[in-house]
Write a protein that binds this ligand. Structure first.
Ligand SMILES: N[C@@H](CCC(=O)N[C@@H](CS)C(=O)NCC(=O)O)C(=O)O
Length: 230
């Protein structure tokens, strides 16, 4: 679970041997995935807030950690990992408790596909960088047309992909990688982009189940130390 270290980004060079640090923004769906993984694995971490509204991701200190200037970034001693997918796979290797991947190869492949649909084919189209660009160059309405199109396309593919594998969770009776990507993405679709979810019954059902899990709830935006109403 997270402990707060204040709000501004600060990078200290003497972090070796310290507990895990997660550079995160409360409203970031990518950070949320990493927070769920840390919670599921029962890992204590220091919450290092990066305020995207104040553009702190572009600060010289933070861009040293991730030259792409995106959250999340995980610091584990002298190892720095940026990108939520890389962070989750890193955590899985180093901290095997509560595995994020099933042993069954087919199920594992479905988890990789579902995670990547969110990570590569949905989230990049709704990222602040993309959405702000559209708002600036075209108009505010167009950003909803654009994001809803890409979310809808990805969600339709996820419904098909998970149809045969879903149980209580995306790929059966246990929480795995796919679920960590789906929960924040479904939340963003509903709350940020007001997507009509009626065409995605499986994702709606999963969303209800995710909202009941303590590790998922503790990772929600409003539970983070840097939360503020936007
Ligand atoms: N593939 C990366 C994407 C990271 C990303 O897009 N992060 C967003 C927040 S969810 C961000 O930092 N946006 C800031 C910006 O667009 O300037 C990951 O999964 O971590």
């Amino acid at each position: 679970m997270a402990s707060d270290s204040g709000t501004a980004v600060s990078v200290d060079s003497a972090h070796v041997g310290m507990k895990l640090q997660l550079y995160s923004f409360f409203g970031s769906s990518c950070s949320w995935r990493a927070r769920i993984a840390l919670n599921l694995k029962g890992l204590e971490y220091e919450y290092k807030a990066v305020n995207l509204c104040k553009r702190e991701q572009f600060s010289p200190e933070f861009s040293k950690l991730n030259p792409l200037c995106y959250v999340p970034v995980l610091v584990d001693g002298d190892i720095v990992v940026s990108d939520s997918f890389a962070i989750l796979l890193y955590l899985e290797e180093k901290y095997p408790e509560h595995p994020l991947l099933p042993c069954d190869l087919q199920k594992k492949a479905i988890n990789f596909q579902a995670a990547n649909i969110v990570c590569s084919s949905i989230q990049p189209f709704q990222n602040d960088t993309a959405v702000n660009y559209i708002e600036e160059k075209i108009n505010s309405d167009e950003k909803f047309v654009w994001t809803r199109y890409h979310i809808g396309k990805g969600f339709a593919a996820l419904e098909k992909l998970l149809k045969g594998s879903a149980g209580r969770y995306a790929t059966g009776e246990e929480v795995f990688l796919a679920d960590l990507f789906l929960a924040p993405q479904i939340h963003a679709a509903i709350n940020r982009f007001q997507v009509d979810m009626s065409k995605f019954p499986l994702l709606c059902r999963l969303n209800k189940v995710y909202n009941e899990l303590p590790e998922f709830r503790a990772a929600m935006p409003e539970m983070q130390p840097d939360f503020e109403k936007l």
